[in-house]
Design a protein around this ligand. Structure first.
Ligand code: PHE
Ligand code: ZN
Length: 891
């Protein structure tokens, strides 16, 4: 039975879009910054939008104390406006309006980290999506773009640094121990890009010459004591600036570009105009605190936020249903940036594989659950719940499909036309599609379904070779499962990049009816647009093996029945490195599914030598990039294996995967040891692609070696842990040690190592996050252990990074323990969601999603998950954020 104590959340709909009744030309603001009570004076110059059906002047405000409201110089009477929830309506306003507003806000009480808030005694803002309304009344919607001038006033000692969007045009003392800074942003922007920062901060700065010769000032601002951790962010910023000039002809439009790091942040980072605000996780790095993964994360997030300056800021979204217009495109751009920086073709493939892994593991799962939504949603209750992997990662795949269909130059033409048409505007996903279509003279009408239909399409493959006629036919059939509100789907326009391999594993020349053959080009993009289509190849002189969906050319599930021999051939030879890896994953998945079923049936477990030998050959193949080998040797995650089952048995999957890892460890022992030794990176740490690749293969080898219980490998890990001078190697060793299933003596040593690590890094918040994360995901960490860690003095739910490090990692990345039969994992989850709901609804709603897929588990677990969901749904003062997630899960 549904418990109806939670208010049913109200959805808003894309189809109800109405242009704003008034435009805002200028915004002038004065802030008297005080942590407990900040006074905000705002002056808006507004003018009626004659093209709107909305006749009232509409403003939004939340959690504000309103001190003053004056319209064209006259105090607004209570009877002159209405307030309903967050919406204020002023009827019968004149065509030209000057609105003066004074509000009082309480930054130190703001734990939601949206609006103006305090972080370690500094002021930070976060206005996307609807945080500006927590600062002042405003038509807080992205299609209202205005020019801002902002004066910040604060105590000079406590807040020596005052930062705003755009250019600093004036600063000085106020005489009373306070000072001020006046910032002017020369570009029109939506309110969600507003930012201010005030406090005690220091910066690394550099003058940088743009391609045009213009000099700009770059700054990375951090709290004192962190200046030894900003170099990588600065380098990443310079690389981003150069890359956007070279690849897209887009130049930085400001004289000054700032990055600020804060340890209290809900997301990764935010692209506020000229004043990007970052989670410290994506700024701070040096070899002793940051892993290679952190270095790569910083590079891509710095890039991402910088690239938003054009895709998001100069051209923004008409409404929040269009969020993927900026996010999907900007993720595509940051993925390409990282790939281009590595440069080599396997380097690109490694990046592609990593991105696809996230897409499949997280987005495909979202698409199959109760929160499934199209890349351009039709409705939502709380926009903060829609910063999803579908909007971001699937959105990026949709942009990538234009790139695949139109080619490098065609895509660039589309981008150029998009900016030529829409610079300075707030537009829709359809406008982007129109630019791509018009610039290339291509009909992309059907492509629109990628924006409107949710769900992951399935493409089933049938092949037929006629030796006598030397023809080969590939029949592709597509279907897409139902998603909430969308029972039936129409066919998608799917680019299927492909090639044909001969028995020696070489690409064969392609002669496909309807497609022009190009000499020397052995890869083709088939366009599947009907429910089912047959592609006929001629002059096929021997039975080929089809390599389909090369480089993962579309976000679909490809069902094709390969034999093990065919997969072995693809793994050993495919000229497309993505599909090489894919073949290895198919071989592994097949075995892991069989092993899981054997565990469930209580049958003996075995791993065949064909598979082990294929892995050995890959591991020892020195012509392959070590990073690529590491990916091939990594078994599909437990979450990926789970997707292969109708009903998920997390413990059986865990047992099966661990068995396979131990077998690989046993049979490849000598090879793993020599891989370990060959890929040491002695000397000074460097986060370059070559060294990173070596470390990743070496540490994979170590983690396998530790699966086969034996003292010498434990010693190897111990030595690496105590001797390593970089965090990548230390953390890998510590993870290995703490997952080691050895004797009591070794368990003691593991506890000692964890203690040692904690002591050494207790002042480095980001490293303590890793310490919690590592324990949250350890095989041996059960619910009781998590509860114990929650009482640790370093743990708090009040800081998002810390909360996530322990609780999110346990609920999302330790499935065998979280889904324990007694339901204690779910009870813990419910407690956490309810506790977080009071502190930070956005963070709470993210954790709430851990139970999205509850219907995929056996009935006895379903009952317990359902009860936990009901418990959250019945909680008092449930935020819209959490209510939407649990209501949809229970629907
Ligand atoms: N717009 C940010 C990004 O993707 C993400 C973000 C959303 C940050 C909402 C904070 C709040 O770059
Ligand atoms: Zn973004």
């Amino acid at each position: 039975m549904r418990n109806d104590t939670a208010a049913t959340p109200q959805a808003i709909f894309r189809k109800d879009y109405v242009a704003p009744g008034y435009w805002v030309d200028t915004v002038e603001m004065g802030f008297d910054l005080d942590l407990d009570a900040t006074h905000v004076a705002t002056r808006l110059t507004m003018r009626r939008n004659p093209d709107s059906a909305e006749k009232d002047l509409v403003l939004f405000g939340a959690e504000l104390k309103t001190l003053q409201l004056r319209l064209n110089g006259v105090n607004l009477k209570k009877s002159a406006y209405t307030i309903d929830g967050e919406t204020m309506r002023i009827p019968n306003a004149p065509d030209e309006v000057v609105l003066e507003i004074e509000t009082l806000i309480k930054p130190s009480k703001n734990t939601s980290l949206s609006g103006l808030y305090a972080s370690n005694g500094n002021f930070i803002t976060q206005c996307e999506a609807e945080g500006f309304r927590k600062i002042t009344w405003f038509p807080d919607r992205p299609d209202v773009m205005a020019k801002y001038t902002v004066v910040l006033r604060a105590d000079k000692k406590k807040f020596p640094v005052l930062l705003g969007n755009g250019n600093l045009i004036e600063q000085g003392d106020l005489g009373d121990g306070r000072h001020f800074a006046k910032w002017e942003d020369p570009f029109k922007k939506p309110s969600y890009l507003f930012a201010l920062v005030a406090g005690s901060l220091v910066c690394q700065e550099e003058k940088y010459k743009l391609g045009s010769g213009r000099e700009v000032l770059l700054q990375v601002w951090v709290e004192k004591g962190n200046l030894d951790k900003t170099q990588h962010a600065m380098d990443s910023l310079k690389n981003s600036i150069r890359w956007d000039e070279e690849r897209f002809g887009l130049e930085l439009d400001l004289d000054r570009f700032m990055i600020v790091a804060t340890s209290d942040f809900n997301m990764g980072a935010m692209e506020n105009k000229g004043l990007n605000i970052f989670n410290t996780k994506y700024v701070l790095a040096n070899p002793s605190i940051a892993t290679d993964i952190d270095y790569a994360g910083i590079e891509s997030v710095v890039g991402h936020e910088y690239f938003h300056n054009w895709t998001g800021n100069r051209v923004t979204c008409r409404d929040w249903f269009q969020l993927s217009l900026k996010e999907g495109l900007t993720v595509f751009r940051d993925q390409e940036f990282s790939a281009d920086l590595v440069g080599t073709s396997t380097g690109r493939a490694v990046k592609r594989i990593e991105d696809v892994r996230v897409l499949r593991q997280v987005q495909f799962s979202e698409d199959a659950g109760p929160m499934a939504h199209p890349v351009r949603p039709d409705s939502f209750v709380e926009i903060n719940n829609f910063y999803t992997v579908t909007i971001y990662e699937k959105g990026s795949e949709v942009v990538r499909m234009y790139y695949t269909l139109l080619g490098h130059d065609g895509f660039r033409k589309g981008m150029d036309l998009y900016f030529a048409r829409h610079d300075g505007q707030a537009v829709e996903c359809d406008d982007f599609r129109a630019a791509m279509s018009d610039a290339n003279g291509r009909d992309l009408t059907q492509f629109e379904r990628w924006y409107s239909q949710a769900g992951t399409p399935r493409v089933d493959v049938q092949t037929h070779y006629d030796a006598a006629a030397q023809t080969y036919e590939i029949t592709l059939s597509q279907r897409c499962p139902a998603t909430p509100g969308q029972p039936e789907k129409l066919p998608f326009h799917i680019p299927v990049a492909m090639g044909l391999l001969n028995s020696a594993g070489q690409d064969m020349p392609l002669h496909c009816e309807g497609y022009e053959a190009q000499a020397g080009v052995n890869s083709l993009v088939l366009e599947l647009s009907a429910a089912s289509q047959t592609f006929r190849f001629t002059q096929v002189i021997e039975q080929p093996v089809a390599s389909l969906l090369r480089n993962f050319s579309a976000p679909v599930v490809l069902n094709i029945s390969y034999s093990d021999e065919e997969l072995g051939l693809l793994l050993a030879h495919d000229s497309d490195p993505f599909n090489r890896w894919e073949a290895g994953q198919r071989l592994a998945t097949r075995r892991l599914v069989r092993l899981t079923k054997a565990v469930q049936a209580g049958e003996p477990l075995a791993l065949d030598s064909m598979f082990i030998e294929a892995l050995r050959a890959t591991l020892n193949n020195d012509t392959l990039d070590p990073a690529f080998r590491e990916l091939v040797l990594t078994l599909p995650s437990e979450a990926m294996i789970a997707e292969e089952f109708e009903v998920v048995d997390p413990q059986a999957i865990h047992t099966a995967r661990q068995f396979a890892r131990a077998q690989i460890s046993q049979h490849l022992r000598a090879d793993l040891l020599s891989a370990y030794e060959q890929h040491l990176t002695p000397g000074k740490f460097s986060p370059d692609a070559v060294s990173m690749a070596k470390r990743s293969l070496k540490n994979l080898a170590l983690s396998y070696l530790l699966e086969w219980v034996d003292e010498s490998t434990f010693e190897l890990a111990k030595t690496q842990f105590y001797d390593a001078e970089n965090m990548t190697d230390r953390l890998a060793a510590l993870a290995g040690i703490s997952n080691f299933r050895g004797q009591p003596q070794q368990q003691k040593e593991a506890a000692k190592a964890l203690q040692h690590f904690y002591k050494e890094f207790k002042k480095e918040a980001l490293v303590i996050d890793k310490w919690f994360m590592l324990q949250a995901t350890a095989h041996t960490t059960d619910v009781a252990k998590v509860r114990e860690l929650m009482t640790h003095k370093a743990f708090t739910l009040g800081n998002p990074n810390r909360a996530r490090s322990l609780t999110f990692n346990f609920c999302n990345a330790n499935p065998a323990q979280f889904h324990v039969a007694d339901g204690s994992g779910y009870a813990l989850w419910a407690e956490l969601v309810i506790a977080l709901n009071k502190i930070n609804p956005q963070v709470a709603a993210r954790l709430a999603r851990s139970l999205d897929r509850w219907k995929k588990y056996p009935l006895h677990l379903q009952e317990k998950m359902h009860a936990a969901l009901e418990k959250v749904a019945a909680a008092k003062k449930l935020s819209k954020d959490v209510a939407e997630v649990v209501t949809k899960a229970l629907a």
